[in-house]
Design a protein around this ligand. Sequence first.
Ligand code: DC
Length: 212
Amino acid sequence: MIIAIDGTSASGKGTLARRLAAHFDYAYLETGMLYRAIAFLMLEETEGEMDLSVALELAKTFAPEDLKVLEHNKLRLPRVSTAASEISTSPEIREYLKKFQQKFATRPPEKKAGAILDGRDIGTVICPNAPFKFFLIADLDVRAQRRTQELEEMGDLVKYGDVHDRLKSRDQLDSSRTESPLLKAEGAIEIDTTHLTADQVFEKALQHIEKK
Ligand code: DC
């Protein structure tokens, strides 16, 4: 069983994915973390410069187990988010990460009975045959508020305006790139989370799954 969840940054896809994974006891993969991990390692190696060739070499040798040793808080830093979005435009890097994601979906770790993946191209490219696909959206202002709060809770001093502008440009880049852009997959259920609580989003998704 595979559940694919796509959507814009801070639309609530991670929260929904985690809730569904706990409910069904499925494995969960936050695919954005793969791009973030490579972006983070690239920035360390280049001392802050964007260099796609370095990122590509890292993608080739990156073992997804490496994710466990990286500090997740650092992967969420704004400069890592921006670099992740930029490196994700590379078809070669996407191809290297695709295989791992598909394997995770079809053979989930710990022999779990299902897998939930969230990202930008799960329902369109990684798992186009997933029986359940969700597409989450929310107004930019609400997403910027959520992300500002999240970063503040991690101890990061951020300004709402900066977070808002960065999300806007990342949306633009993620949706307009030629390679696997953010798109609503055929058959995906769209949920607008702007005015919904995490509980309400979860209930809505669960209803769709149980109805099928
Ligand atoms: O979901 P996120 O914000 O952590 O993702 C970080 C970046 O990684 C995002 O801006 C675009 C890229 N990404 C992608 O291209 N495809 C995915 N399946 C997941 C993330």
